[in-house]
Design a protein around this ligand. Structure first.
Ligand code: GLU
Length: 447
């Protein structure tokens, strides 16, 4: 444990940049992170990437692991484990969300951090890749307990996050309110004269507390923008599409609500509470469903829909499937059940390696996560710019700039896929790796 100049006690990085792989302990089997490495390797081979770049990206630059006490409502003290993995920052400050979930592990956070490195490089925003998480089921805590846990986690991270260094954002089970608590706690650790800097320590804040308009819907908006680009390339119109969604949280519900405005039809939804299918020919009303989920905590029991099995959900015939929940959902088994033309990955890592192979074999197209869900981090970048420049953009400006960035990333991925005869996931990685390779070539390696 080290004590920083600002008085914040923190457990420093548990690994140094050159010893990260040695830190892959036996109890932290690199399963998800191994998948990212394999995905990077496939793309690296296709473009003959400089071997040193592959070597650098094979391990996270820095990992922070903390355990910290939280006072519960009944006066008990509980200990929590949290992580912040900083994968690579050659393109800019580490960037990526913080999630609260019982399945959070160092392996998962490593993979998520590496996906952020690829995502930011692919869409060409000047950030590196980071990710954080606390291993907790937040539904078992009161709001006040979640707040105290958040504040203690931020305090424990100390100077390992910062506006020009590592900038967290919302992820699974965290939101704008969580980000507001983070700003407030982080500001309290700075000397009074420095506190003006605190706003840019996280993105995804409430608009009234320094957030950007359009950030809340940004990931869902990006998913829809990309489906809208994909459609004419595949001889269809977005207004004619039918689709299914897994997960009706921040990403899934916003994607569905925006797709509704475009005329696309929502046929079935699955979340942790169950799966439902539309009774009526016009499909499910995404706005009414979002209200129901807010009230009841899940899609189960939504009036006007029938409960269906998991198999029936995956087997629903539609044009597009949007996984917008957690990792490992499109497996060899579920990929065989799918009757869709496109999988648009709103979640991070929803498709396993085996699932990918089945999708390819069945000629089901994929808009890979690093492209498809990049809308969130792109508007996070806009928020960060606004905070640092003291500016406020309007909604039209945010939407327009988001679309332009995604159009460029879509075009680059499409071009790479054609040039190297790659699937879209590998093509997206290849574009990102080229970008990172270019910067390493220009900057060299210190000393
Ligand atoms: N958690 C989101 C993601 O996985 C957003 C990250 C960010 O905005 O920094 O892309």
């Amino acid at each position: 444990m080290t004590t920083l100049a600002n008085g914040t006690a923190t457990l420093g990085p548990i690994t140094s940049p050159h010893s990260a792989s040695a830190a892959l302990r036996a109890d932290d089997q690199p399963r998800l992170f191994q998948r990212v490495r394999e995905q990077m390797d496939r793309a690296a081979e296709a473009i003959d990437l400089a071997p040193e770049v592959r070597k650098i990206l094979a391990s996270p630059a820095c990992e922070v692991s903390v355990t910290f006490p939280v006072k519960m409502d009944d006066g008990r003290i509980e200990m929590f484990s949290g992580y912040r993995v900083q994968h690579n920052n050659v393109l800019g400050p580490f960037k990526g969300g913080i999630r609260y979930h019982p399945d959070v592990s160092i392996d998962e956070v490593r993979a998520l951090a590496a996906w952020m490195t690829i995502k930011c490089a692919l869409v060409d925003v000047p950030f590196g890749g980071g990710k954080g998480g606390v291993q907790v089921d937040p539904t078992t805590l009161s709001r006040r307990e979640v707040e105290r846990m958040t504040r203690r986690f931020v305090y424990a991270l100390g100077a390992n996050i910062g506006p020009g260094y590592d900038v967290p954002a919302p992820d699974v089970n965290t939101d704008a309110r969580t980000m507001a608590w983070i700003v407030d706690t982080y500001a309290a650790t700075l000397p009074p004269q420095e506190r003006y800097r605190a706003l840019a320590v996280v993105t995804g804040k409430p608009v009234s507390a320094g957030g950007s308009v359009g950030r809340e819907k940004a990931t869902g908006q990006g998913v829809v923008d990309l489906i809208e680009m994909w459609a004419p390339d595949n001889r269809c119109k977005i207004s004619d599409l039918t689709y299914t969604v897994q997960g009706f949280g921040k990403v899934g519900s916003w994607a569905a609500r925006i797709l509704k405005d475009k005329g696309a039809k929502l046929l079935a939804v699955q979340d942790a509470t169950g799966a439902i299918r539309a009774h009526a020919a016009e499909g499910l009303d995404a706005d009414a469903l979002a209200t129901h989920v807010k009230k009841t905590g899940g899609v189960a029991g939504f009036p006007g829909a029938q409960a269906i099995s998991r198999e029936a959900f995956f087997g629903t015939e539609a044009d597009v499937f949007i996984p917008a929940a957690l990792e490992d959902q499109v497996t060899a088994e579920t990929a065989r059940l799918l009757k869709v033309r496109l999988v648009a990955e709103g979640a991070n890592g929803p498709t396993t390696t085996e699932g990918d192979a089945v999708l390819t074999e069945r000629s089901i197209a994929v808009l890979p996560d690093v492209l498809c869900n990049a809308g969130g981090v792109i508007v996070s970048y806009f928020e960060w710019l606004q905070n640092r420049g003291g500016a406020a953009w309007n909604a039209a400006e945010v939407d327009q700039r988001l679309k332009e960035i995604l159009e460029r990333a879509y075009a680059r991925t499409k071009e790479m896929a054609a040039e190297k005869s790659l699937d879209w996931r590998s093509a997206a990685y290849a574009v990102a790796l080229r970008r990172i390779e270019q910067v390493y070539a220009e900057r060299g390696i210190f000393p």
